[in-house]
Design a binder for this molecule. Structure first.
Ligand code: GDP
Length: 365
């Protein structure tokens, strides 16, 4: 599933948020035999469509799409030069699909800020700098080797080695200017796919969580100013302390507290959704007496690729997919009626999936 690494300076509310996340852990509830490392929390992405499908199919279980959050410890000022836990954070970040920085915007004289005062822009820059320095260290080692390789290119098949060497040198220049590859590669004409073999950190998509005083959650001016700091990256606003409280409440009480705060959904839900958007992911749905379930696929995935998310055999033996959109299905009231109304389509291997497709695959085993 989608995996998001959570980074941030000390005392910004990272652990508070992460503990709230892991209280919502869906793995524990739905996959009793799964084992998860202590720095990982797997969170369901709430989807009201699943409850409706579960009702229609009398499903025993509802399984939402999931996001895996990884608590990345040790990323402090100077970490790339050995401060704190040093480079230990690198291995953990490399495994993730996206990097989420928690930024402190709350004021509390009882919680010291490592830099002395509240400064979201400076803190974002501090973390970016560490990631940039880590990438520059990787490139310092790689570029001479890549350039040597490029010199000995003979046939057309090896031409790509030249492009990789050029992209690596261009990346070095961009990073030296203080820009992450995620933010600057497109404008600098650097093709990130060419750099994949180097596992650079700043090529990953970034998103931001601003940990605000709850009084400021409804302040559009504050949120606009902070959004602008990180645009076009996604910004989410929450109060980590409130999120921790929400995680302790049952659904009705949680809804009451949220309404009081003027929030439609828990911050953690917003974060999971932003992760989906940032990574270009969407879901399709399956339903039956056993379970109603959302499956995660990249936007643009074809029907066989979508089948492969359930099981590789489904992709290999794919024949066709019987598909109805969630809206058509619910408007018709049942699969039978949707079929009678001509709303159920048979799609072949070239079909590009749409968000909210309700699917049954036909395949050979
Ligand atoms: P970490 O070092 O980033 O993991 O930060 P922690 O989650 O341990 O939080 C540091 C301190 O700040 C703790 O005492 C938290 O209770 C407090 N804290 C976290 N989030 C908030 C918040 O939104 N508002 C306030 N006032 N305090 C918070």
């Amino acid at each position: 599933s989608l995996s998001i690494g959570i980074v941030g300076l000390p005392n910004v509310g990272k652990s508070t948020l992460f503990n709230a996340l892991t209280k919502n852990d869906v793995l524990a509830a739905n996959y009793p035999f799964a084992t998860v490392e202590p720095n990982v929390g797997v969170v369901g992405v709430p989807d009201p469509r699943l409850a409706r499908l579960a009702e229609m199919y009398d499903s025993a279980k509802v399984l939402p799409a999931t996001v895996r959050f990884v608590d990345i410890a040790g990323l402090v000022r100077g970490a790339s030069q050995g401060q704190g836990l040093g480079n230990q954070f690198l291995a953990n970040i490399r495994e993730t699909d996206a990097i989420c920085q928690v930024v402190r915007a709350f004021h509390d004289p009882d919680v010291t800020h490592v830099e002395g005062d509240i400064g979201p822009a400076r803190d974002i820059e501090t973390i970016n700098t560490e990631l940039i320095l880590a990438d520059l260290q990787t490139l310092e080692r790689a570029v001479p080797r890549l350039q040597k390789e490029a010199k000995f290119v003979r046939d057309a098949k090896d031409k790509e080695r030249v492009l990789v060497a050029e992209a690596a040198a261009a990346a070095q220049e961009l990073l030296n200017g203080g820009t992450t590859l995620y933010a600057g590669a497109a404008a600098a004409g650097i093709e990130l796919a060419l750099l994949r073999e180097l596992s650079l950190l700043t090529t990953k998509p970034f998103l931001y969580v601003f940990n605000l005083d709850s009084g400021e959650l409804a302040d559009d001016g504050v949120k606009k100013r902070l959004s602008e700091l990180v645009a076009p990256a996604e910004a989410i606003f929450l109060d980590a302390k409130i999120e921790a409280e929400l995680a302790e409440l049952d659904d009705d009480e949680a809804l009451e507290l949220l309404t009081e705060m003027g929030q439609a959904e828990p911050g953690l839900t917003l974060l999971a959704r932003a992760g989906f958007a940032t990574l270009g992911l969407q879901t399709y749905l399956t339903a039956g007496p056993k379970e109603a379930r959302a499956w995660t696929i990249p936007v643009g995935a074809t029907a066989p690729e979508a089948a492969g998310v359930i099981h590789t055999d489904f992709q290999r033996g794919f024949i066709k997919a019987e598909i109805v959109s969630y809206d058509d299905l619910t408007a018709a009231g049942s699969m039978q009626e949707a079929r009678a109304a001509g709303k159920v389509r048979m799609e072949g291997k070239d079909y590009v999936m749409r968000d909210g497709d309700v699917v049954e695959f036909r395949f050979n085993v």
